[in-house]
Ligand binder design. Sequence first.
Ligand code: 6PG
Length: 248
Amino acid sequence: MKPEINHYQNIQTLSQAAADFVSKLAKECVEKRKIFTVALSGGNTPRTLYELLAQDPYVNSIPWAHTHLFWGDERYVPADHPDSNFAMASQTLVDHVPIPAQNVYRIPTEHASPEEAADYYEQTLRNLFEIFGSLTENGRLPVFDLMLLGMGKDGHTASLFPDSLVLVEQRRWVAATSVPRLNPPVRRITLTLPVINAARNVVFLVAGTEKQPILQIILENPQKARELYPVARVEPAGKLLWFLVKNI
Ligand code: 6PG
């Protein structure tokens, strides 16, 4: 499906449009299937979106009781660490909306190793998406209603970094990565490309002048971009939307 490209003047208008999209999608999904499953992105760009979703009208109109929150990736740090994606989403969103605690599925980072944590999270997903009845036809992958993603200045997304072995993972749903070249230099846990690409809706939130050169290649020469940048390998079965700001 051809990507939908949306340009905005600033992070505020981008986030407002994204909040409207998320809210509308949540209501449609709950109306159709009584559930809305979303994997949150980490990083800084989604902060404003998360803060908006925790305010009127979204805090009172999104069907939070039927919403299930996951993470697309996590840094292997304690859940209250400043680099934690869970901590960022909790401070901006989760702690401020009426979502049942049991509907929030943090990627655990207290296991003995990132590999053990990835196994645990994968089993959590397998159990839940079986119960949700939200699997691909062959039953091999979970189907998220919404995958929120960012893009790093090296073209990574989630914690799928260039030249990483995890990029070619076809069987696992969740994997542990080595230490990326980008900050913070900690090991990560990430959803794999097959899981991301099985989503009904994938939304990229991208802001920053330093990302423009890569964005231009991705949007103008996807074939070449696919060889260079993990983000270009996100080609979902469902809808792909880009919410872009040229500079923040
Ligand atoms: C993470 C994110 C990562 C992020 C990009 C962009 O854990 O860091 O999942 O993929 O989306 O690095 O980050 P910014 O939004 O901060 O530019």
